[in-house]
Design a protein around this ligand. Structure first.
Ligand code: SF4
Length: 117
């Protein structure tokens, strides 16, 4: 079983490789922000447009995953992805697993409010 620290290290490595190779999940595809017509104010804050080496459903805290639980905002519930046309089109039937955490809108909002999410 992978520890969270190990998985984050793996992501760091993957991010490094993506930077070096210019790997981009959305190459040749219609991105989620295009399909959903996200305005620039949302697209620019959403981690999907920064971490393009991963599909949106593998990134915590995308705009569409945000949920408010009292004072805390979370972005880990991928149940919306399971029924999303973008995942259905590009997910290849693979199980949904979050691979990048702590970079999303949820983290930014909780940080701004001085809370841990
Ligand atoms: S609901 Fe999930 S699969 Fe659909 S656009 Fe949002 S993050 Fe991507």
């Amino acid at each position: 079983m992978k520890t969270k620290g190990r998985r984050l290290l793996e992501i760091s490595g993957k991010e490094e490789i993506a930077r070096e190779t210019g790997a981009d999940f959305w190459t040749g595809k219609t991105s989620c922000w295009e399909t959903c017509h996200c305005p620039p104010s949302i697209k620019n804050e959403c981690p999907v447009s920064t971490y393009t080496f991963l599909p949106c459903w593998e990134i915590e805290g995308t705009f569409c995953k945000l949920q408010k639980h009292g004072a805390i905002v979370t972005g880990t519930d991928t149940s919306i992805c399971a029924i999303c046309r973008i995942y259905k089109k590009y997910g290849g039937g693979r199980a949904i697993e979050l691979k990048l955490s702590g970079k999303g809108i949820d983290s930014a909002m909780n940080h701004r409010q001085g809370r841990k999410g």
